[in-house]
Design a protein around this ligand. Structure first.
Ligand SMILES: NC(=O)c1ccc[n+]([C@@H]2O[C@H](COP(=O)([O-])OP(=O)(O)OC[C@H]3O[C@@H](n4cnc5c(N)ncnc54)[C@H](OP(=O)(O)O)[C@@H]3O)[C@@H](O)[C@H]2O)c1
Length: 245
């Protein structure tokens, strides 16, 4: 299937490891010109060299970073991104009483405001050209709260409301906005949380963690010409984990 991405530009946040890297690799393979963002400058440079894309070091936990990084990507690409993938590291874990106001604010900046800032900055060019794709990486936690992930469970559910509302606002401009909900997928983040096939596989209908490439395949399709009539959706890639209809 030709995804029609050969002339497209894309910006992938958190694109040096895990899900973001797999999405960036898939978009590059489909012919798009891609920018990846992450904090570790050495890894950014290495990823750019390995994937054949542009790398920009930046920290999405800083106020205004979403806006600044979209502008920086636009300068490096020579035009604003047609495809924006909002994605970042997972917030800290902890129970309600362990979660300080500082942690809530940091989570809100990283998970929420970085997405809002970057989308607001990227949208005008998408509207002007009558084409755009916004993909928000959230989590199955947005639909089914996961144990110990208070900040993630709370904020990601709200992001689905943002995605659905914005999708309807810009649908007439040729822009689609969708949320992608990864289930348990084999990345550094899962290794840090001590999650692997042995511990989690029996709880997942597919019997194993997902591969980042399986997630990236959906992202590339939703970014494509072919997905022009799919918008405002929250689509899980979770091996059957979510039980809600
Ligand atoms: N993997 C899963 O099973 C799973 C399931 C549900 C939800 N998710 C969510 O999906 C997102 C990606 O997960 P992942 O497993 O791919 O994580 P990961 O392996 O930890 O990769 C995170 C990527 O984001 C970058 N990053 C982290 N914090 C950043 C910041 N403040 N500013 C800019 N870049 C930042 C990292 O690079 P640097 O460290 O160099 O910045 C890295 O490239 C997370 O929000 C995670 O909670 C993952």
């Amino acid at each position: 299937m030709d995804l029609g991405l050969g002339e497209r530009t894309a910006l992938v946040f958190g694109g040096t490891r895990g899900l973001g890297r797999a999405v960036a690799a898939e978009l590059v393979a489909e012919g798009a010109q891609v920018v990846v963002i992450a904090r570790d400058a050495a890894r950014v440079a290495q990823t750019a060299a390995e994937l054949g894309c542009i790398g920009i070091a930046g920290d999405l936990s800083l106020p205004g970073a979403g806006r600044d990084l979209v502008m920086a990507a636009g300068e490096r690409l020579g035009r604003m991104p047609d495809i924006l993938v909002t994605n970042t590291g997972g917030p800290p874990t902890g129970s309600f009483m362990e979660t300080s106001e500082e942690k809530w604010r940091a989570g809100f900046q990283g998970l929420w405001l970085s997405a809002v800032d970057s989308i607001q900055t990227a949208l005008p060019a998408m509207k002007a050209q009558g084409w755009g794709r916004i993909l928000a990486v959230t989590s199955v936690a947005a639909k089914e709260p996961q144990p110990g992930l208070l900040i993630s469970n709370s904020l990601r559910a709200g992001l689905l409301g943002l995605v659905n509302t914005l999708a309807r606002e810009v649908a007439g401009n040729g822009i689609t906005v969708n949320a992608l909900l990864p289930g348990y997928t084999n990345t550094d983040r899962m290794a840090e949380l001590g999650v692997d096939d042995a511990s989690m596989g029996p709880k997942i209908p597919a019997g194993r963690l997902g591969d980042p490439a399986e997630f990236a395949a959906l992202a590339a399709f939703l970014a494509s010409e072919r997905a022009s009539y799919i918008t405002g959706q929250a689509i899980a890639v979770d091996g059957g984990l979510l039980q809600s209809i």
